[in-house]
Write a protein that binds this ligand. Structure first.
Ligand SMILES: *Cc1c(COP(=O)(O)O)cnc(C)c1O
Length: 802
């Protein structure tokens, strides 16, 4: 391969011309990107082979992280950084007249996820490889990732995303490892050696073809695997409409469902889930059997982790393999299965809990349904022994009830570990949402507070801040992010604070340029960059933010003496295409932006920006340029959040509710280094349980609230008519389920405080520094170590030094 700049250049030129049959001078950016990518992938290959060899020969336990989403983003710069070749390549390219920054922009984001859940999976892969842990990902190779968002007239328009248009340079197709997955058909029984056995017959097959992507650890020779499955139509059935069959099979890996909270209730979604699980587990068992004689020892060597309930069919699928193919008895199969599988819960929102109607489930997956039925009967029998006569409880806990399969119940019953994703979330699971399951198996429940890769979100996204940190406390934080805490010893270092300030300012200037380019609007980098970027959802309360901005606007207009530090409010958010209410909020943000940005009376104080198509690569530009991080969900609703951690690590100060991981951010950074407002989770849950909230009271008693809420319908926005009636009604007619008006006053107050704090530059920089210093806990390396120790029982398994 290459080990220095000259070798790199020579190989790059040779490869480019050989592959594309054109001279370097005629090559396009895309030719250059693809050439570089394929060189890096080959560079990685020997370590990839070695890693698999090492895992095999040492017989170490390996974990497979099953997830319906992996939100990877771009890989070029990340891989270059991880293999330590960023400088060699960047300098070599420069001498050829190529700017690596520009080349990086050519790569499409691998956007195979909706938001936090998928991005968590990507950070976990990064941490597993960087910690030399034997852990791999299993997912679906959607032809189209999360839709591309365009804003037209203030409305969201969705376009199919096209990340595979030019191919994906990092993947390796392995057609010889394809697996046929059966759907439909019937179950036949037969007897063998006196025992009753079952087999699935007359099924329609869909072929799952694996595409492997190397997951490169940072500064190590461990390369794990992300295996993504693609649905293909071979073998073609005889006597069938071939075109129809082709369309139907390919549709299984065509689109990522653009919804991160609602149960779609679509048969295609269920197909995707079984497709992922069956292909993954069967390929895992296939390679397991090459080295092991008995499936009884599976849990010693293999862990299967299910990221939320989407892959929960792993439980009946593993049972099916053990019963029908390996001919184990039920009790043995059940013990192996539960010891192998562990489960993460991501939400307590009831609309997000997956429930499948039997009438859809049973015909599509007849044998899997039979097995779930048996699991349910045995489980209910056990419950009956424990709670004789308590029908109400047994009905509530059953896996199948009222014509539906409850996926979360199956996940809890069929796994040995159930974890929440932040302390408060796990407490709510244990004390409320899953209290009855906690009662019968408390040992299963545990917390694993989410984390983010400090390599992608600090080292890569904010290289100048990373360099300053290294200059200040040495390089050890990169391998051991908890040592970021040493920054705290430099709290009074004026020069450090000054440099931090300059770096933030530089990042804000870059973002301001981007904003100008994308929206045509000029924003002042000296203003406070106040940012809310995340999926658009009622519980995340972008509405509270925009109503408060309307209030500020009115104040500036109406009160000559009103003064505040200038602010730029920045939003980024995709709404699920069928989520009417969320789309109205996007329109409202644009209506406010339109009014504010074109009013010269307020423009030295206030700007509102919506950056379209929020995704990983855009996020990497936003976090480093943020002063205030808006984390304002209705308390108890956000399981953890991970955006909050990315902001913190880049020196933004959180303004938020005591929800999800915000609470732990406060505990780590200190109460004086965060702005907290609003109802607590227990206050919210108390309202839900006992009533007592009447949004109209807040509307009538607080003129600020009345003013902004009335503006939704009184001609304040010219030409929008009754556009915002739904929002108005949600606040006053439907009693404001998410307590927007209840928290408004407290939110306005905390904003005042934050604005005042910002004017004290030294004080602000210290707050910022303390946030960075205590962000090490939120590295996904810490999270993964906890999973490894407490749930998976796997070890770091480094290879020999290169
Ligand atoms: C981190 C991240 C998220 C999750 O953000 P939350 O604020 O935790 O909801 C969503 N989308 C992208 C692109 C991200 O990088």
């Amino acid at each position: 391969m290459f080990s220095n700049k000259e070798e790199f250049k020579a190989l790059f030129l040779q490869r480019l011309e050989m592959t594309y049959g054109k001279s370097f001078n005629d090559s396009t950016k895309w030719d250059q990107f693809h050439t570089l990518g394929s060189m890096i992938r080959e560079y990685i290959s020997p370590d990839w082979i070695q890693t698999n060899e090492r895992y095999r020969s040492t017989g170490t336990k390996q974990v497979y992280y099953l997830s319906i989403e992996f939100l990877l983003g771009r890989l070029l710069r990340h891989n270059l950084m991880n293999i330590g070749m960023e400088e060699v390549v960047s300098n070599g390219l420069k001498e050829l007249g190529i700017d690596l920054d520009e080349l990086e922009e050519v790569e499409a984001d691998a956007g195979l996820g909706n938001g936090g859940l998928g991005r968590l999976a990507a950070c976990f892969l990064d941490s597993l490889a960087s910690l030399n842990m034997p852990g791999h990902g299993c997912g679906i190779r959607y032809k189209h990732g999360l839709f591309e968002q365009k804003i037209v007239d203030g409305y969201q328009v969705e376009l199919p995303e096209q990340w595979l248009r030019h191919g994906h340079v990092w993947e390796v197709r392995k057609a010889d490892l394809a697996i046929n997955i059966p759907f439909w058909g019937t179950v036949e029984s037969y007897t063998e050696k006196g025992g009753l056995r079952f087999r699935h017959v007359d099924a329609e097959m869909i072929t799952a073809v694996p595409y492997d992507i190397p997951v490169v650890g940072y500064n190590t020779n461990t390369v794990n695997t992300l295996r993504l499955w693609s649905a293909e139509p071979s073998p073609y059935p005889i006597n069938k409409d071939i075109l129809k069959y082709k369309r139907e099979t390919e549709s299984v890996s065509e689109f990522l469902y653009p919804d991160d909270t609602h149960d779609e209730g679509k048969i295609l979604r269920l197909k995707q889930q079984y497709f992922l699980v069956s292909a993954s587990i069967r390929s895992i068992i296939r390679s397991y059997k090459r080295n092991h004689a008995s499936l009884l020892k599976l849990p010693q060597y293999i862990g299967l982790h299910i990221n939320d309930t989407h892959p929960v069919l792993a439980i009946p699928e593993l049972m099916r393999i053990l019963l029908d193919e390996e001919k184990l008895g039920w009790d043995q199969a059940w013990e192996v299965t539960t010891k192998t599988i562990s489960y993460t819960n991501h939400t307590t929102l009831s609309e997000a809990l997956e429930k499948w109607p039997i009438r859809l489930f049973q015909p599509l997956l007849p044998r899997i349904y039979m097995i779930i039925n048996e699991i349910n009967e045995r489980f209910c029998k056990d419950l009956w022994l424990r709670y004789p006569g308590d029908w109400e409880r047994i009905e509530a806990m059953a896996i199948i009830a009222h014509g539906k399969v409850k996926m979360a119940h199956l996940a809890i019953v069929g796994s040995h570990s159930v974890n929440g994703v932040a302390k408060i979330h796990t407490d709510i699971l244990k004390q409320r949402e899953m209290v009855r399951f906690f009662e019968i198996s408390p040992e299963k429940f545990n917390n694993k507070t989410n984390g983010i890769s400090h390599r992608r979100w600090l080292l890569k996204a904010n290289p100048r801040l990373a360099a300053l940190i290294t200059e200040t406390i040495g390089p050890s934080w990169v391998g051991n992010p908890s040592s970021l805490s040493h920054l705290g010893e430099h709290l009074n270092d004026q020069s450090l604070l000054g440099q931090m300030n300059a770096i933030k300012r530089g990042n804000k200037e870059s973002l301001a340029l981007k904003i100008k380019e994308k929206t045509g609007i000029t924003v002042d980098p000296a203003s406070i960059f106040d940012v809310q970027v995340k999926r658009l959802h009622a519980y995340k309360r972008q509405l509270l933010n925009i109503l408060h901005i309307m209030h500020l606007y009115k104040q500036i207009k109406d009160d000559q003496s009103f003064n505040m530090h200038p602010r730029t409010f920045i939003f980024g958010a995709k709404a699920s295409p069928g989520y009417y209410y969320a789309k109205k909020i996007i329109k409202l943000i644009h209506a406010v932006a339109d009014k504010v940005n074109h009013d010269p009376k307020v423009n030295d104080k206030l700007k509102v920006i919506f950056l379209e198509n929020y995704r990983v690569s855009l996020a990497e530009e936003i976090f480093p340029a943020t002063d205030i991080s808006e984390q304002i969900s209705t308390a108890s609703k956000e399981a953890s959040g991970t955006g909050n951690m990315k902001f913190m690590m880049n020196g933004a100060v959180t303004l938020g509710t005591l929800d999800g991981a915000n609470i732990e951010i406060m505990e780590k950074a200190g109460e004086e280094n965060i702005f907290v407002f609003g109802l607590s989770a227990s206050e919210v849950l108390n309202y839900y349980q006992n009533g007592g909230y009447h949004s109209r009271e807040y509307y009538h008693l607080d003129t600020r609230i009345r003013n902004v809420v009335d503006s939704l319908g009184n001609g304040f926005f010219p030409g929008v008519g009754d556009e915002f009636e739904t929002i108005y009604d949600s606040l006053l007619m439907q009693n404001d389920q998410y307590f927007v008006l209840r928290d408004f006053a407290s939110y306005a107050d905390i904003h005042k405080q934050a604005g005042k704090a910002y004017e004290n530059e030294q004080g602000w920089l210290k707050m910022s520094l303390m946030n960075i210093a205590h962000s090490g806990y939120f590295s996904s390396d810490r999270t993964i170590r906890e999973y490894a120790d407490d749930i998976w029982n796997i070890n770091s398994s480094p290879g020999a030094v290169r």
